[in-house]
Design a protein around this ligand. Structure first.
Ligand SMILES: [Zn+2]
Ligand SMILES: [Zn+2]
Length: 316
């Protein structure tokens, strides 16, 4: 019998265990990493007067998917999943405006010209709203996004979480922010900063008593794509989200979910390899590996604070 490392997370095939510093400060690459939705885009996402109000692919030059939508360097629109979505005049003007947030943003898009969500025959915001309603009602859905396809349900619904756990393994808990995270896990000040960092890691911390039932360690993660923010806003409760790098369950199945929140982005492979983990009804995922796959373990108040325990790529 193998002796499990204290992490409880044996490094699986292909898993790497990098130094924490390497995770936190990746070397410059020709194709930049995916970055969590920035504060400015988040404001825009929930601004009823904004052109991108509730638009699931809102991003800017400072945030959004990069590596997960790129076919390879150099990072240019014609070499990304956005190549099939010609910029509208308004987006093209933003792309050319050196004073704006979207100057030379290769992934610039809007509801008029960009990709759209799909869910049970619905598209765009109607798809998102239906997906959120289904999760709030106890459904388990598959959601495409950076890092692959993940299973998502209401973390407060024990039956739903049991279903998700059976299909996708131990879930992480997605909460709106560091304050909410501290209600479910024991966090240091550094843990809070890490959770909110642009790399959007899953942070393993000791589980508090008030958290949903599960192993002593809890994986916490903050929303880092517009879809995450919109789903959390719809459900108004923490979400259970299947996550690579956390203790695996009996299998990975996407065929018995109540719906697949997908999109019309074409699949690309190279930097991230298209989502090989998504099969069956969740096929065709455009997003591949992303920084959202980083899993770190808090060391509490000890020196160093955190260390990386596992990094899994391309398997949500
Ligand atoms: Zn942004
Ligand atoms: Zn546009």
């Amino acid at each position: 019998m193998e002796t499990a490392p204290p992490t409880g997370l044996p490094p699986g095939p292909g898993a790497r265990v990098p130094a924490a510093a390497a995770v936190l400060a990746p070397a410059a690459a020709a194709v930049p990493p995916d970055l969590a939705t920035c504060a400015a885009c988040l404001l825009e996402l929930f601004d009823p007067g904004a052109r991108r109000h509730r638009y699931a692919f809102t991003g800017c030059a400072a945030c959004g998917p990069r590596a997960s939508i790129a076919a390879g360097p150099p990072f240019a629109r014609e070499r990304t999943a956005l190549r099939r979505f010609p910029m509208c005049a308004a987006c093209a003007a933003e792309y050319r405006d050196p004073a704006g947030r979207r100057f030379r943003d290769e992934a610039v898009a809007c509801p008029a010209c960009g990709p759209r969500l799909s869910f049970l025959g619905l598209s765009g915001d109607a798809a998102l709203r239906a997906a959120g309603a289904l999760v709030a009602a106890g459904g388990v859905i598959a959601v495409k996004g950076p890092g692959g396809t993940r299973l998502v349900c209401d973390a407060a619904n024990a039956d739903s979480v049991a279903r998700l756990r059976h299909a996708g393994g131990e879930p992480a808990l997605m909460v709106p922010g560091p304050a909410a995270a501290a209600a479910f896990g024991r966090l240091t000040a550094q843990d809070r900063r890490l959770l909110a960092s642009p790399g959007a890691p899953v942070l393993l911390v000791p589980r508090r008593e008030g958290a949903p039932a599960g192993p002593p360690e809890l994986g916490l993660v903050l929303p880092h794509t517009p879809v995450h923010h919109l789903l959390l806003d719809a459900v108004r409760r923490p979400l259970a989200v299947s996550w690579a790098g956390l203790p695996a369950g009996p299998g990975r199945r996407f065929d018995d979910v109540d719906g697949v929140l997908g999109d019309d982005l074409p699949a690309v492979s190279a930097c991230g390899a298209a989502d090989g983990s998504a099969s069956g009804s969740a096929s065709g995922a455009a997003f591949g590996a992303a920084d959202g796959d980083t899993v770190l373990r808090s060391l509490g108040a000890r020196a160093g604070g955190v260390r990386a325990v596992a990094v899994r790529r391309g398997a949500g």
